[in-house]
Design a protein around this ligand. Structure first.
Ligand code: GTP
Ligand code: MG
Length: 203
């Protein structure tokens, strides 16, 4: 759950970018980092990658949002390593998660990897005694620029066919298309949740 510091009036929220290997999670964070406008000094992005640029542990990018209800909101963006073998690391990165961006790879031949990664997300949340239905999340259909992509409707059927559909966005993360639409939605959902919970507490 989000960390609320009443003394410093700060709200700290953790967002994890999850999805199959090479889907574009790190690219999302890089584009956010490149394009973010902040009054204060630009915060550093921490990237722990192999020499071939595959995420080894995680990427980390802290960003600050506007103050709401007198609270300064800090979003901490993380990515997990998508490669199947790094599951223990994914479980560690998921600890304390508030919101999730599932980055799917739109190429037809990646559909089984997408579905497998989504199932892996649910399993890993279970080990943390969390349930996806309780966590705000959005889905991003990335790499729409490639020729061999599956229709969005088909991907919705595979990855977003629960009782309540979540917001989803087509994207070309490498060109920054859809990156901020995705981020804005998950941050908005998390702020709403925070406001509703604080209302419930004070009622
Ligand atoms: N054509 C195209 N390539 C993209 C897009 N987004 C990312 N890529 C490329 O896909 C490759 C993998 O992207 P990453 O962001 O490293 O993928 P990742 O999900 O972090 O991968 P792991 O760290 O292994 O889990 C890189 O070469 C990116 O430049 C896109 O929208 N279109
Ligand atoms: Mg990565």
């Amino acid at each position: 759950m989000a960390i609320i510091n009443q003394a410093t009036k700060e709200l700290q929220v953790k967002v994890v970018y999850y999805g199959p290997g090479m889907g574009g999670k790190t690219t999302n964070l890089l584009k956010v980092h490149e394009n973010i406008q902040t009054a204060q000094e630009k915060s550093k992005m921490v990237s722990l990658a192999t020499s071939s640029d595959r995420t080894l542990f995680f990427d980390f990018l802290p960003i600050e949002a506007v103050a709401i209800k007198g609270f300064k909101t800090k979003f901490q963006l993380y990515t997990v390593p998508g490669q199947v073998i790094y599951n223990t690391t994914r479980q560690l990165v998921l600890r304390g998660v508030d919101g999730i961006v599932f980055v799917a790879d739109s190429q037809y031949d990646k559909m089984s990897e997408n579905v497998e990664s989504f199932a892996n997300l649910e399993e890993n949340l279970k080990t943390l005694k969390l349930n996806l239905t309780d966590i705000p999340y959005v889905v991003q259909y990335n790499k729409r620029d490639l020729p061999n992509v599956a229709p969005v409707e088909y991907m919705e059927f595979l990855l977003n066919n629960r009782e309540v559909q979540v917001p989803s966005f087509p994207a070309v993360a490498s060109q920054c298309d859809g990156v901020f639409e995705t981020l804005n939605m998950i941050t908005r959902m998390l702020l709403h949740k925070f406001i509703n919970e604080s209302k419930a507490r004070s009622a």
